[in-house]
Design a protein around this ligand. Structure first.
Ligand SMILES: [Zn+2]
Ligand SMILES: [Zn+2]
Length: 328
């Protein structure tokens, strides 16, 4: 039985899942025609009215085959002596972003990327109806070391606790707001736009920047210029079209001008506000938190000493290089 256990000395949660053994499969179960090889689909966009679990889809969502978190498991919180344990109730889904096996964000059409962006929203809206789900991470890897190239997908992980990284961000944003009565990210963006040296691209709805304290060279954030704490509430038709075009340009620049490095995209989004546990919790979150997207290029090459990142390229220089490499 899998368990989420809390390390009381660090406050970190660890998923303990004793594993029996794995069965690698030769054929891609995510390509059209292989629909029977996955568990029944959770959602799909189909232009031609084709039946669920057949070909003809443009974006398809399936449960992960050996999920870390499952909706079916019952949520149990337990004290084990001095320790805390929760059952891993949640969801592990794969959002298949294209029917084409070797597509990447650099080769997909803007329309295809836009469909994937809408599917992110649909899944967030659907899962946030479940008050036992506290936090949902949508992440995407390209070229992970030690992992064979695979069908293009984003991974969605919904869990009954708040991710440590989200918790830290929420706390910093809340403390800034309590002190200044302004959103940290809105302020940050205003200053970055005024300075300009770390701006990669500005569109009506988004600012693409290399952050002031980038942890790796080429670390990039995409910030919506209009304040909103959650992606699913903020995604308008214009925003989706703009974000899709930004994705395409940014990832083409990486692929064509920077040697197609691996990267990880993470969507930083408000937790499930329906899942408040304490009275008054997240009371100012709608005003103090600002959803955004963070991209780490070659995160596995990050240099660290005792938790301090060492970045051997000035963020201003990275921004200049990305600006120059930008392909509209
Ligand atoms: Zn495939
Ligand atoms: Zn804001």
């Amino acid at each position: 039985m899998d368990e989420l256990r809390k390390d009381p000395t660090r406050g970190n949660w660890v998923l303990i899942r004793p594993k029996a053994g794995s069965e690698p499969s030769a054929d891609c179960p995510y390509c059209p025609g292989g629909e029977a090889a996955t568990a029944p689909e959770i959602a799909a966009y189909r232009k031609d009215g084709s039946a669920p679990n057949t070909g003809g889809w443009s974006v398809r969502v399936v449960p992960e085959s050996d999920p870390y978190f499952r909706v079916e498991s019952e949520l149990v919180r337990e004290g084990v002596g001095m320790y805390d344990m929760i059952t891993p109730r949640g969801a592990s889904e794969l959002i298949l972003e294209s029917p084409r096996h070797d597509d990447t964000l650099a080769t997909m059409t803007v329309d295809q990327i836009e469909s994937a962006l809408w599917m992110y929203r649909d899944r967030l809206v659907d899962l946030k109806r479940d008050g036992q789900i506290r936090d949902i991470l949508i992440s995407r890897r390209h070229k992970k070391p030690g992992v064979a190239p695979h069908h293009p997908y984003s991974r969605l992980t919904a869990i009954p606790i708040v991710f440590a990284a989200t918790r830290r961000e929420l706390r910093e944003a809340r403390e800034y707001y309590q002190y200044k009565r302004r959103c940290l990210y809105c302020d940050l963006m205003r200053q970055e736009i005024a300075a300009g040296e770390r701006i990669v691209k500005l569109t009506p709805a988004f600012a693409v920047i290399v952050p002031y304290a980038a942890r790796t060279p080429l670390e990039t954030w995409i910030l919506p210029r209009r304040h909103s704490c959650s992606y699913e509430d903020a995604l308008t038709a214009e925003a989706a079209a703009e974000l899709a075009a930004l994705y395409r340009s940014y990832f083409r620049a990486l692929a064509e001008r920077f040697g197609d490095p691996g990267y990880e995209i993470q969507m930083h989004n408000a937790p499930n506000l329906r899942s408040r546990i304490l009275q008054g919790e997240w009371a100012t979150l709608r005003d103090d938190y600002h959803w955004h997207i963070e991209i780490q290029v070659e995160p596995e090459r990050a240099n660290r000493v005792g938790g301090i990142y060492v970045t051997e390229k000035a963020p201003e220089d990275s921004a200049a290089e990305l600006r120059k490499a930008w392909v509209d």
